[in-house]
Write a protein that binds this ligand. Sequence first.
Ligand code: COA
Ligand code: ZN
Length: 264
Amino acid sequence: MSALPKEVKIVEVGPRDGLQNEPEQIPTELKLAFIGRLAESGLREIEATSFVHPKAIPQLADAVDVAGKLPPAEGVTYSALVPNQKGLDRALASGIRRIAVFTAASDSFTQKNINMTVDESLATFAPVVKAALAAGLSVRGYVSTSFVCPYEGDISKDRVLGVSTQLLDMGIDEVAVSDTIGAAAPTDVFETVGHLLKSIPPGKLALHLHDTYGTALANVLAGLQLGITTFDSSAGGLGGCPYAPGAAGNLATEDLVYMLERMG
Ligand code: COA
Ligand code: ZN
């Protein structure tokens, strides 16, 4: 265990991945209070909202309002999802400084989620990422369904590598390799993330895990053993994706923090 990383970065995704899945509309002020308390708890990177179509995710229709009123907190980076140019326009109007583009390793998922094939999504992102970087924003990229797709089943590690490489070539600083439906086991992490690490440095990869079958912390340990130092989690384990049947809660931030602190 001595070879494990000494420090990790946690990306708190509760206000986005968590709240996008809540059945009820949560008032903007309550979201901002939640985000403020996450920042006070010591979290340093918080995904605050999502500039997607309000009909696709009505829970986050107040994205410009939320992003425009984020509680100032020393050393905290806020980010938000952006699916296209319209999303970037809204992000820029809100003043947020970090965005995340999101595609997947399977066409059937991106078709349902963002109404594009994977290739179409990459073609859509290229100018968006360029414009965001030119405006001084930083950009992360998600590759959803990196292990298992709810429509296509097991996903090839070469497919994940191909999409990740194309995103990194656009100039994004981090790929979130995502177990969207929480179906991966540690063997999948070793296999797929191990494959990515043959050509991508560990500092450019994050693991985004859901805990559908209780495998998320085991997958974190596999990631740590591979040298991964960035993990996404959601306070209280809130979360899921309305376009991914079977997607249960995210890895809970408090469980992740407990395990990592206990491990030193
Ligand atoms: N924000 C707000 N409105 C948007 C938008 C955005 N990011 N992108 C497009 N629109 C509007 C367009 O202006 C257009 O409006 P109009 O009909 O009044 O002219 C309309 O939506 C259709 O635009 P189009 O580009 O054809 O989008 P689409 O219908 O193919 O939807 C997405 C594509 C990506 C916008 C939509 O599927 C989406 O928001 N998906 C997000 C799903 C998600 O967040 N999943 C969970 C996260 S993993
Ligand atoms: Zn997720």
